[in-house]
Design a protein around this ligand. Structure first.
Ligand SMILES: Cc1cc2nc3c(=O)[nH]c(=O)nc-3n(C[C@H](O)[C@H](O)[C@H](O)COP(=O)(O)OP(=O)(O)OC[C@H]3O[C@@H](n4cnc5c(N)ncnc54)[C@H](O)[C@@H]3O)c2cc1C
Length: 404
């Protein structure tokens, strides 16, 4: 007779659904229950990617993929050999969901609507006989003397042979997990934008610089990429990346620090000076304000000129040596004071969670307790933007569901 195997999954998000479906596909006939505290399920999938859900990314090489994870990259290398974006794409397409890849590698549902992904996961759960209980907040997880699990949820008791915790970033569950002996890395935000008040960027929000290099003074933190000027400061890939890699260091500084921006990445101050000199020779009688000789939006160029002390009437041939030096500094090493952070609404994640060295990444099982598994953001794993956070949820959920 087939052994009865009750599986309880805590959390009806991306990782929880994927874990449930994976184990249902593997162990047909088992009793699989998802306990979700909310009124509905997959709420983050629904709001993700600005309502479009950036499901995954076109990067499928595990060694490249792990470079997008400030926390968890090392541990995810071997799981990505088992289930990576290529498998995610295949899985969704097998369920009839058409996906599309954008030029930057992000992958969305072709419908441009996250509801397609929600419906796909819910339908798959229904067809696999997975029970989904909403308004079922788990308040206690206890190991029984026989090695099984007792779960308390909204006044009810559930017995399980295996439990997969997929509760995302949730302080109350981390407390329960901590009581089971697991260490929790203190949770703090990742993927945020910088608050900056500075004349150079005031009134020009919406301007996007195609490429920039951002460094944080007094640290080794550095990133490159597009930068967006917002009405509260700066955002865009270069800022989000550095916020993720520096999540702990920037938290320790209470989000008050100084950044240095090279608006012409890869070019030294000396080389910028030479380039300006060349522009000067070629445009003697032109007004400096009339065009930007670099790949910089004209309004930003003009703000940098103002800040350098070059007024509107100056022509290239009047640019003195000291003003030229100041302008080169402004282009290659613009310094800005950051005072606080703001949430990036498209996607934000938590840095912190269950300590990774207590998890066996071959199975996602706890090294402390047999039958206890983890998947998704409850773990100390987080990624840059681009579909990598969901990929971590799909991969760890799939492995946990398969290895029960
Ligand atoms: C606005 C926004 C947009 C995003 N967009 C993207 C994107 O486009 N692409 C991308 O890759 N990532 C994106 N992310 C990140 C991504 O949503 C998360 O990494 C992902 O949802 C993590 O999945 P999860 O299943 O681990 O956790 P969650 O999705 O958070 O699911 C956890 C579930 O557990 C439930 N739960 C918690 N505690 C309990 C309890 N005690 N009892 C029962 N249930 C409980 C919660 O209610 C929740 O439903 C976005 C995040 C945000 C906030």
């Amino acid at each position: 007779m087939k052994k009865e195997n009750n599986i309880i999954i805590i959390g009806g998000g991306a990782a929880g659904f994927f874990a449930a479906i994976a184990s249902a596909e593997k162990n047909l006939g088992n009793n699989i229950i998802i306990l979700e505290k909310g009124d509905g399920v997959l709420s983050k999938v629904k709001i993700s990617g600005g309502g479009r859900c950036n499901v995954t990314n076109s990067c499928t090489d595990p060694r490249e993929l792990v470079k997008y994870y400030p926390r968890g990259g090392k541990e995810l290398l071997s799981p990505f050999y088992k289930f990576n974006p290529g498998d995610t794409i295949e899985w969704f397409e097998r369920q009839g969901v058409k996906l599309k890849t954008e030029p930057d590698g992000r992958i969305f549902s072709a419908s441009n609507d996250s509801q397609t992904i929600v419906d796909c996961l819910v339908d798959s759960a229904i067809s696999n006989n997975i029970k989904v209980l909403t308004q079922s907040r788990v308040t206690n997880i206890q190991k029984t003397s026989s090695g099984n699990w007792n779960i308390t949820s909204s006044g009810k008791e559930f017995q399980a042979t295996s439990v997969i915790i997929c509760s995302g970033s949730s302080n109350s569950i981390w407390k329960i997990i901590n009581n089971l002996g697991h260490k929790i890395e203190f949770p703090i935000p990742s993927l945020f934008t910088f608050n900056i008040k500075d004349n150079r960027i005031e009134g020009i929000s919406g301007i996007s610089v195609p490429d920039s290099e951002v460094r944080i003074e007094g640290t080794k933190l550095k990133s490159t990429g597009p930068l967006l000027i917002t009405h509260w400061g700066m955002s865009g890939p270069a800022i989000l990346k550095i916020s993720a890699w520096g999540a702990r260091e920037l938290y320790a500084r209470d989000y008050k620090f100084r950044i240095l921006i090279n608006w012409l990445p890869g070019t030294s101050t000396e080389s910028v000076k030479e380039q300006i000199n060349q522009v000067k020779i070629n445009n003697i009688s032109s007004n400096i304000y009339s065009f930007s000789p670099f790949a910089l939006p004209i309004r930003l160029w003009q703000r940098l000129l103002e800040h350098t002390g070059i007024n509107k009437d100056v022509k290239w041939n009047n640019l003195s040596g000291s003003l030229l030096n100041n302008l080169a500094m402004q282009l290659a090493e613009s310094s800005f004071n950051v005072n606080g952070k703001s949430t990036f609404k498209e996607e934000f994640v938590t840095c912190g969670g269950v300590c990774l060295n207590e998890i066996d990444f071959k199975s996602m099982e706890s090294k402390l307790h047999k039958g206890l598994f983890f998947a998704g953001e409850v773990l100390n794993i987080d990624a840059l933007t681009g579909g990598f956070n969901f990929q971590a949820a799909w991969t760890t959920g799939w492995i946990a569901g398969n290895m029960i």
